[in-house]
Structures are given as structure tokens and as C-alpha cells.
Design a protein around this ligand. Structure first.
Ligand code: APR
Length: 228
């Protein structure tokens, strides 16, 4: 089977009702990204950060995967599919995809604030005073700005091995994730689905589909199957 690697970002979950980060006024649900998604923000105001992610987690219980997530899951019949997602939601899992790497962490997990290897399933609120087994405050299992991206090496390998690399719903403004496009082979087919301009930077090499994720995937699905 050919290897199809897919890089997804906030745009793939937009049609499920989860807001993207950079489309509006630069604020994420009315907060500056630094306040709620950085180690400095955490040091400054843990309660604010926990409440912010508690709201995101509660919202995640209310939304469903959309057709784009579902069609990606369907592609496993035809390709060896690997999904690298920057999203912290679990919509790829719920749609049925089985090989998913969460580059920036997972909303339904928590970890010790002193040891990111102490990880727990966590589907509900995290509160001040909730402790990991090492006695430290629990925090969301999220890769914040300024933190290492531990799964990057694995993601890079997936990009290198791809016969087809499909990019859906990401502004490609955040590194190292955006750098994965530089890892693909010369003969790898690169396809980008995004209704807006992105930082794709690969010029004519990329097949760019200016569509939303669901519409783009509906248009692309049969064409991809023909390439399997
Ligand atoms: N379908 C497809 N793409 C869409 C849709 C849609 N319906 N709606 C918006 N988009 C596109 C936007 O045009 C934009 O390019 O989704 C992209 C969203 O970009 P960002 O908000 O920057 O999200 P993302 O690229 O995932 O951000 C990367 O930054 O804040 C951090 O860690 C966070 O993982 C996140 C990372």
C-alpha cells in the first residue's frame, strides 16, 4: 500500500464548531495565546489556564467529527494512512482513524506539571489542587509555545516516507510543524486544502485546493483512491 501522510490543523475541525487560532483578531477565544498557551502564562495564572482548557474540554464533548475527518478514516481502506495533527481534539479518533500522532498534545489528557511523562486520561475539568502521583499540580497535556515538541522526530519520519502528503486546515505559521513540508521526498505528491492563503512556500509544487476541509475532501476522495 502507498503511504499517505496527512498534516491537519485547526481548520479541519472548524466545520465541527471548534474555532481556529489565527483567523479572527489574533485572539484565541478572547485570550492572547501567550496568556493561555505558554509556560509564562502558566506561571502567571494557573487558574486562568486551567479554566481556559476546561472550557475547551467541555466544548469538545459537544462537537462531532465532520465529513473531512470521516473521509480520512475511510482512506485507510486504500492507503497506509498516518495522520499528524496539530489539533488537541480527538475528532480524528472518533471518526475512526487509527494512526494519529498528536504533535501538540491532547485535550483529554493531563500530566504532572513537573514531569510530562506522567500522563493521565482526563475527560473532565482539571482544578487547582488536582495532583499527579508525584504530588505536583496536574496541567493540560498540551505542548505550549516555547516547549519542546517531543513527537517531532516521529512526525518527520512519517513525512519523509510519504508517497502523498496532504495538508488540511493549517496556516503553516507554527514551527516546527510547518517544517514537515521540507522533509517530503522530491517525488512525493503534495496537496493542500485550505480556503485561504497559507504559508505553503512550495510554489507550483503543491496542488492547492482553495476549499473548506469537508468540501475539499469530497472533491479529492475519488481522485486519491485512483492513485492508490
Ligand atoms: N476548512 C479548512 N481550513 C480552514 C477552514 C475550513 N473550514 N476554516 C479555516 N481554515 C484554515 C485557515 O485558513 C487557516 O489557514 O485553517 C487554518 C487555521 O490556522 P491556525 O488557526 O493558525 O491553526 P493551526 O495552523 O492549526 O495552528 C497551529 O498553533 O496555536 C498553535 O498549537 C496551536 O496547533 C496550533 C498551532
Amino acid at each position: 500500500m502507498k503511504k499517505l501522510t496527512i498534516l491537519t490543523g485547526a481548520g479541519i475541525s472548524a466545520e465541527s464548531g471548534i474555532k481556529t487560532f489565527r483567523d479572527g483578531d489574533g485572539l484565541w477565544e478572547n485570550h492572547s495565546i501567550t496568556d493561555v498557551a505558554s509556560p509564562e502564562g502558566w506561571r502567571r495564572d494557573r487558574a486562568l489556564v486551567l479554566e481556559f482548557y476546561n472550557q475547551r474540554r467541555r466544548q469538545l464533548h459537544e462537537v462531532e467529527p465532520n465529513d473531512a475527518h470521516c473521509l480520512l478514516a475511510e482512506l485507510e481502506k486504500y492507503f497506509e494512512v498516518r495522520i499528524i495533527t496539530q489539533n488537541i481534539d480527538d475528532l480524528h479518533e472518533r471518526a475512526g482513524s487509527t494512526n494519529i500522532l498528536h504533535l501538540h498534545g491532547e485535550l483529554f489528557k493531563s500530566c504532572s506539571s513537573n514531569n510530562k511523562n506522567l500522563i493521565y486520561e482526563h475527560k473532565h475539568d482539571i482544578n487547582i489542587g488536582d495532583k499527579a502521583e508525584d504530588g505536583s499540580q496536574l496541567r493540560p497535556f498540551i505542548v505550549w509555545f516555547g516547549e519542546d515538541v517531543p513527537l517531532m522526530k516521529e512526525a518527520s519520519q512519517m513525512a519523509k516516507e510519504a508517497d502523498i502528503f496532504l495538508v488540511i486546515g493549517t496556516s503553516l505559521q507554527v514551527y516546527p510543524a510547518a517544517g514537515l513540508l521540507h522533509d517530503i521526498k522530491d517525488n512525493c505528491l503534495l496537496i493542500v486544502i485550505n480556503p485561504n492563503e497559507t504559508n505553503v512556500g512550495y510554489g507550483q509544487r503543491a496542488v492547492v485546493m482553495k476549499e473548506t476541509a469537508t468540501q475539499g475532501m469530497k472533491l479529492l476522495f475519488d481522485k486519491l483512491v485512483n492513485l492508490a
